[in-house]
Design a protein around this ligand. Structure first.
Ligand SMILES: N[C@@H](CCC(=O)N[C@@H](CS)C(=O)NCC(=O)O)C(=O)O
Length: 198
């Protein structure tokens, strides 16, 4: 299998962490791609032109990151990172939605800020900022739901927080969120996170 990644993509990182937690790095080759250049092989694997995308051994392809993680969780051996039981499953998937949602807003903000200042939209930048702040506040309140064992929810949230550190250090997300910060420190010390840090 081949996984298109970029080193800083938090969505690709979710897949890369899951692969490492499964002990399956030998089965999935990681290939660097720059989504913004629309490379042919990425576009063939994902018509949306986004990273990550996964090409399977029979040549078929799947996207986006929640689908890729689901596929890899089912097909690779090793510990399951997406619970089956419905209550636990939706707790984890809800956390994944929060992590992915923070990343959607944070990645969009980066793209927006890369445009000439006069073309940037303060309305959208403000909206994305508020979405991130509200979601971080909810995560601080619900920090206990990130309890181990590791699953796709805690993986997604940890990837999102690391992305904020990387691209939005000015947000200082730890301020006023001590429980979330402590949980982040614990989870991000795992080898699967250390190996995939940008
Ligand atoms: N919902 C997608 C989001 C993927 C995404 O936004 N990836 C970014 C890189 S971090 C990208 O490739 N953006 C290029 C674009 O939006 O055209 C997923 O979970 O895989």
């Amino acid at each position: 299998m081949k996984l298109f990644i970029s080193p800083a993509s938090p969505f690709a990182r979710k897949c890369r962490v899951l692969i490492r937690e499964k002990g399956a790095t030998a089965l999935v080759k990681e290939e660097l791609a720059n989504a913004l250049q629309d490379p042919d092989d990425l576009i063939k694997a994902n018509p949306l032109g986004k990273i990550p995308a996964l090409i399977l051994s029979d040549g078929s392809f799947i996207f986006d990151s929640p689908v890729i993680c689901d596929y890899l969780n089912i097909t690779l051996e090793g510990p399951s990172l997406i619970p089956d039981a419905h209550h636990e499953r939706f707790r984890a998937k809800r956390l994944e939605a929060m992590g992915d949602g923070i990343c959607d807003a944070a990645v969009s903000s980066v793209f927006e800020k890369n445009r000439p200042v006069e073309q940037q939209s303060p309305v959208w930048l403000g909206r994305w900022q508020r979405a991130i702040t509200r979601t971080l506040d909810l995560l601080e309140k619900e920090e206990a739901t990130l309890e181990s064992p590791l699953d796709i929810g805690s993986i997604a949230v940890t990837c999102a927080l690391a992305y904020l550190d990387l691209r939005h250090p000015d947000m200082a997300w730890r301020n006023g969120r001590p429980k979330l910060a402590a949980r982040y420190d614990e989870i991000s010390a795992r080898p699967s996170f250390v190996e995939t840090a940008a």
